[in-house]
Design a protein around this ligand. Structure first.
Ligand SMILES: [Fe+2]
Length: 411
């Protein structure tokens, strides 16, 4: 597909997104407020929610406050704890069966992006009798979902406010996105207490996922004044708080700031779209089971560097807005400062610089899949094709460094 056709698709998408109505969820935000979710259920006449979560959150007792408050206020519930780290079509079918068998009337998503995405599609299947895979793509969901509350326990995906759910087809290992404004939850709750036990590695990688959302939304072609504002605010908050939150995980204020940043980044990218960092991360995740946030964190500086000739003005603006660059230096130098800041954050949080798991023999296949995912879907500042992705993947693999016998990862 040539560049002109790709750009026409980007412009068409931009027009569609501008006229789409994005529903605004009801918001609970603050320490301990997940114990107030029962009020939302009572107010909306929900008598029996299905709680969609994973086994780890139950084992770590993170869900206890929510459950005790539902019980104390006589809201009946059932728990579906079968969500896998990359939720599958099978997980969704199981959840739907559980919902129907227990005669539920609403859904509470409790967990990271996996639980929230899985809950969204369980809810979508309740009112839309079609295969999960046939929902792939844009606007395939016709009927409104049952009442759905999202309670994130990580600060990264922003899924509580996005139109997207990423699901894995366990038979083909394909990760695919379902996008529809009907997938925006009816309400969400940002409670920092739920994040205080999050391990350092997950704090870092999920936070870098949020940073990637904000940067890709900002530097792409589809930004609006609304998305630019939320993206810039998210980046500012992440620069100020992510590393501190990584060092001091029990600090509720820092956790709350990061929840807000993830939410702002979600608001920005769900309207302005993501970019090639995500296309690469999705495909590396599908093939090598790399965690999404970690893959994004590693790939982000490489794509910014490769896109710099077309993106340096916006990157320089981000460097100025976040106060990290001296205004007396050129835009190109300011863009370098911005990219350097991301590399530095990665280094301080123990995120590797390379992905040596990438196998040479997989590179042509991966590059092809990345091009197919990214073009024309993502309104990126600089368009790349298969050959460019092959080169980028070799750099991310640490090939040049490996040949010199230098270690390919930081730890
Ligand atoms: Fe992401």
């Amino acid at each position: 597909m040539n560049k002109a056709i790709i750009r026409i698709r980007h412009i068409a998408f931009k027009v569609i997104v501008r006229v789409l109505p994005f529903p605004e969820p009801e918001i609970l935000s603050g320490k301990g407020l997940s114990s107030g979710v029962y009020e939302l259920m009572l107010k909306n006449n929900c008598k029996k929610p299905l709680i969609v979560t994973d086994k780890m959150l139950i084992r770590m007792n993170i869900i206890d406050g929510l459950i005790e408050s539902l019980r104390a206020n006589k809201v009946d519930y059932v728990i579906f704890n079968g969500v896998q780290p990359n939720p599958t079509i099978g997980n969704i079918e199981e959840g739907v069966k559980f919902y129907r068998e227990n005669k539920c009337d609403s859904v509470i998503a409790f967990g990271g992006g996996s639980s929230i995405d899985c809950a969204k599609i369980i809810a979508a299947k309740i009112t839309n009798r079609k295969d999960v895979y046939s929902m792939k793509g844009l606007f395939k969901i016709r009927r409104r979902l049952p009442y759905l509350v999202a309670i994130p326990t990580t600060a990264g995906t922003g899924s509580e406010v996005t139109v997207a759910a990423v699901i894995t087809n366990e038979n083909t290992h394909e990760k695919f996105a379902i996008n529809d404004t009907k997938l925006i939850p009816s309400a969400y709750c940002l409670d920092p207490e739920l994040l205080t036990g999050l391990p350092k590695g997950l704090t870092a990688s999920t936070g870098m996922d949020a940073l990637t959302h904000a940067i890709e939304a900002y530097i792409g072609w589809n930004g609006t004044s609304y998305t630019d504002k939320y993206a810039v605010d998210a980046i500012k908050i992440i620069f100020e708080n992510l590393q501190r939150s990584y060092e001091d995980g029990k600090n509720l204020e820092l956790r709350q700031e990061m929840l807000v940043a993830s939410n702002y980044a979600g608001r920005a990218f769900t309207r302005a779209s993501i970019g090639y960092v995500h296309a690469i991360a999705h495909n590396l995740g599908g093939l090598y089971n790399l965690p999404h946030g970690l893959a994004n964190a590693i790939v982000l500086p490489y794509i910014l560097e490769a896109s710099k000739s077309k993106a340096y003005k916006k990157l320089a603006r981000l460097a100025r807005e976040t106060g990290i660059a001296d205004k007396s230096i050129s835009d190109k130098e300011q863009a370098d400062v911005f990219i350097g800041r991301i590399r530095h954050m990665n280094m301080l949080m123990g995120i590797p610089q390379y992905i040596p798991e990438i196998r040479e023999r997989d590179i042509p296949y991966l590059a092809d899949r990345i091009e197919k995912e990214g073009n024309p879907a993502y309104p990126v500042p600089k368009i790349f094709y298969k050959k460019d992705f092959e080169e980028i993947l070799r750099t991310i693999r640490g090939e040049a460094v490996e040949n010199k016998g230098i270690p390919t990862t930081i730890h």
